[in-house]
Ligand binder design. Sequence first.
Ligand code: ATP
Ligand code: MG
Length: 392
Amino acid sequence: MSPEITLGVMGGGQLGRMFVQAAQQMGYFTAVLDPDPLSPAGRVSHHHIQTAYTDPAGLQQLAQLCVAVTTEFENVPAPALAALAKSCTVSPAASAVAIAQDRAEEKAHFAGCGVPVAPYAVIETAEQLAAVADDSSVGADFFPGILKTARMGYDGKGQVRVANRIELADAWVDLKGVPCVLEKMLLLQLECSVIVARGADGTCVNLPVQRNLHRAGILAVTEVYEGNLPLALVERAVAAAKSIATELNYIGVLCVEFFVLDPASPAAQTLGGLVVNEMAPRPHNSGHYSIDACDVSQFDLQVRTLTGLPLTQPRQHSPCIMLNLLGDIWPDGGSPPWAQVLALPGTHLHLYGKATASKGRKMGHLTVTGATVEQVRVTALQAAALLGIAAF
Ligand code: ATP
Ligand code: MG
């Protein structure tokens, strides 16, 4: 390993920032490509190329600087990754990212791996829209459902809840008739996610499974400790995530989000309780806890997969709860009461260096670690109360 080596990342958001920080800790130089001069990762990287993601000159500069390049958001144009791959290592590969960018393609991949998905219909044409039945005796019953744009959605954006065919037709017009997926709304008991890292030699390791609470389509709280989920469920989710990565011949860090169905709901009988929602071809918000609670973080794993360093199975050394810090909790012209929060034991504050707070914007996260689950819970609830985050 040479300190002269530069690693690159497409995208300058908070995930890129934490990748850069992990890479720099290991002595690497870093380069970020992001058009925003104030991007969270660009501000802490040795190099910041401020061009569009498809700009040939920007991509060439990145390729010349770096021995290897990764991505921090799934909407990075796949052709840009393919162009970079001509002259440097790129992981994950453009082909895997392309599948994760498209809900219809990723669902087909999940089904191919034998992992159940919510009943869904692809809606790309008026004929496909008309073919969706709302009477279960005629065809699959997708209502109540959620119409999701096939591409470019995040944090619940590009999604409309629909109760029947009439609302569906209106929602498709609202979404400008772009390719969509209509998904049946499932009754959830809880949500969880699994982060796996897979190396070029096929080694695949995983972080302990995250239990996630979403509010208004955005991750709010992640809890990770022994007993956060039934063991049988954990084993199934990890096996499913690993098979999803392996079948893609994936190299890099991959997050797979799951729904755990309400056992009393009819769908739980037919689908078997655990349903895959979506995957992200990168580290994930639900894995941020690993920085403070595990011996190897999801960003360390991203550096290792990118550079071909060995992967070891991460070990969690502390129970933890992570609270997402959204712009909603920033008072006008001020900032949240950090000193009071940091007076609580085992609190780790991460702020992403974003200048302006707005509703739903991810400004940072707070991880609470402690000796016991009970202690972590008490502290996390105290921190939430101080910050104006609803109890959980
Ligand atoms: P992100 O990329 O930030 O994870 P997203 O915009 O891709 O979010 P999804 O993961 O598809 O959105 O959905 C966001 C949340 O909405 C889910 O975590 C879940 O709480 C809820 N949700 C989505 N689809 C369904 C469904 N079919 N049934 C029940 N709840 C759902
Ligand atoms: Mg999601």
